[in-house]
Design a protein around this ligand. Structure first.
Ligand code: DX5
Ligand code: ZN
Length: 216
């Protein structure tokens, strides 16, 4: 299984975003996680297409856009055109998930479906056949720096078992409270893509990424 590290830009120093992107390049991370929050699906507003274009101009690392927005169908085209290399949306935020997945694929990029911790993991099973990745939130979305929810490993293990039972090749991404300890809990349960914000951006990012990579 390929293990991937995806630092979350939400924890970057926004006044020095150029320097932060250079650090991500230097650390050789697998993906850059870009959280889009609409102040509706989650309480706060983060950033949009303009900042994504600026980030994309300064890196060749794939950018994974995590849409925490109501009615994600409306936002796919503009983020795909701004350079999203893959797009994740929330099952809770849309009425027709198949349509959202098809729209993402129409731009030639991988699609991921996500659920919040309170949504049963089985609700994503009907879509496994057509997504490249599932994002299991390991905190309630909306803010960085929250603790990893302890019921998460069981949810990850159920999903991994279902993917294997069906003989599919779907990545499991975890997001929220991932640090040097919880990354191992998530890995042991069956996750392979690890989003981490406050833990990787606190201190020396390339060093932190190296430590996390050695642990995996
Ligand atoms: C939370 C976001 C996360 C956040 C993770 O709603 O989706 O990507 O940046 O931050 P940490 O790793 O600090 O929990
Ligand atoms: Zn996220």
């Amino acid at each position: 299984m390929k293990y991937m590290i995806a630092p979350s830009v939400l924890s970057a120093d926004f006044l020095n975003l150029g320097r932060e992107v250079q650090q991500l390049n230097a650390a050789g991370v697998d993906m850059i996680h870009y959280d889009v929050m609409d102040g509706n699906f989650v309480p706060e507003v983060s950033y949009g297409e303009g900042i994504l274009r600026a980030v994309k101009k300064n890196t060749s690392i794939p950018v994974d856009v995590h849409l925490m927005v109501v009615d994600p169908l409306k936002n796919i085209e503009s983020f795909a055109k701004a350079g999203a290399d893959r797009i994740t949306f929330h099952l809770e935020a849309c009425t027709n998930a198949e349509e959202v997945i098809d729209r993402i694929h129409a731009f030639g990029i991988p699609a991921a479906i996500s659920v919040k911790p309170g949504t049963p993991v089985e609700t994503v099973y009907p879509y496994l056949y057509k997504v490249e990745m599932v994002l299991l939130m390991t905190v309630n979305p909306g803010f960085g720096g929250q603790p990893f929810l302890k019921e998460s490993p069981e949810r990850i293990a159920s999903l991994r078992a279902e993917i294997e039972k069906r003989g599919l090749n779907v990545d499991i991404q975890v997001d929220g409270g991932i640090n040097f300890e919880t990354v191992l809990l998530a890995k042991e349960a069956g996750a392979n893509v690890f989003v981490s914000g406050s833990s990787l951006f606190g201190g020396d990012l390339p060093d932190n990424v190296r430590v996390m990579r050695e642990l995996l």
